[in-house]
Write a protein that binds this ligand. Structure first.
Ligand SMILES: [Zn+2]
Length: 347
């Protein structure tokens, strides 16, 4: 893997990840860009104790540009995008409209491929391996930033999820605090350790494996299952069998098997609702341990993949119980979701 670090016209960082060491990436961004607005502010809610990023400058960002104005496509025929090169494999750059910036963290965009009309599920295993290498490298780089305590690599896919650009891409958020969901998981793991002497994540994976009714893909180095108390209609958790706190510590065997298993999961997601359905909207979220937190070594890196579509043409909305009280109502039994995800396996 070759990494090339450069800057865009307004000073934001741009990185290329290439599978071959002899690739040269030296195109210069010639756009007349003004300074980036980074006025995001973190406010703490006194009742809940959680944090809200107030990012008013994001109101000016680009919504659904036509395909020939896509800012994530390579620059071609005099049309200049965020990526000056005429082609690329994986490209990462600092978001021009960040939710978190400066002392409040950092936001990056990850372009999974230069092919505007592809989706992650269309990538080859080699391409997916390069994306994994980029996520891992970004995690290592974010760990060196004093303002970042936790890094979150994720993909929102589909207009139903609120995606404003059709080009296959994900994002990376570096938060200046430990997020509420991670705090909850760390607390559960600490309680489990205190009461049983064992690791919570190991026990969850072992229980799913032993039960078997919710297992979707039992790989050699990864296991994918629908969790016992799934919040979403179709939700899969993917764990490396050798527990590690974050992407940096995955071993070579897990890295080698990841593309095959993850691509298969995404392809099955697109088949859940049968032929003729538009691509399944999903959120894919890497849960990693905070860089420095008590109990970090007890955290289990995993990926959570879920869709907000519950049946053909119908979305699950976060309505009163979910939005008002944080209590999810899931109409699809996790065992039935797992059964469906096994039925739609690739031939
Ligand atoms: Zn594009």
């Amino acid at each position: 893997m070759k990494k090339t670090v450069t800057t865009l016209a307004d000073g934001r960082e741009l990185l290329y990840y290439d599978s071959h060491d002899d690739v040269v990436r030296d195109a210069v961004d010639q756009r007349p860009l003004g300074a980036v607005s980074t006025s995001s502010e973190i406010r703490r809610d006194p009742l809940l104790g959680d944090s809200v990023a107030i990012a008013s400058h994001r109101q000016g960002r680009i919504y659904h540009p036509p395909a020939d104005e896509c800012p994530l496509c390579p620059s071609r025929d005099g049309r200049r995008s965020e990526i000056p090169e005429a082609d690329y494999e994986v490209a990462v750059f600092e978001n021009r409209f960040p939710s978190l910036a400066g002392d409040s963290g950092r936001c990056e965009v990850v372009c999974f491929t230069s092919d505007h009309d592809a989706s992650f599920a269309d990538l080859t295993e080699e391409q997916a391996a390069l994306v994994l290498a980029a996520w891992t490298d970004r995690t290592a780089e974010f760990a060196r930033l004093p303002q970042v305590r936790q890094v979150f690599c994720f993909e929102n896919r589909g207009a139903e999820i609120g995606v404003t650009l059709g080009h296959p891409h994900g994002q990376i958020y570096g938060y200046p605090f430990v997020t509420p969901r991670t705090e909850l998981m760390l607390r559960s793991a600490a309680t489990h350790r205190a009461t049983t002497g064992r690791n919570l994540f190991d026990d969850v994976v072992d229980r799913e494996e032993a039960d078997g009714s919710r297992v979707v893909i039992p790989g050699e180095h990864w296991i994918a299952f629908v969790p016992y108390a799934a919040h979403w209609p179709y939700e899969v958790h993917l764990y490396p069998r050798r527990r590690v706190p974050d992407l940096r510590e995955l071993d070579d065997a897990a890295r080698a098997e990841f593309p095959q298993i993850y691509l298969e999961l995404l392809r099955r997601f697109d088949r859940i609702f049968g032929p003729g359905e538009p691509p399944t909207p999903y959120i894919s979220a890497w849960h990693q341990a905070p860089f420095e937190a008590p109990g970090r070594e007890d955290f289990g890196l995993h990926l959570e993949l879920f869709t907000i579509r519950r049946t053909s043409g119908k979305l699950k909305f976060l309505a009163g119980s979910e939005s008002g009280m944080n209590v999810f109502i899931n109409d699809v039994p996790p065992e039935a979701a797992a059964q469906r995800l096994r039925e739609v396996a690739s031939e």
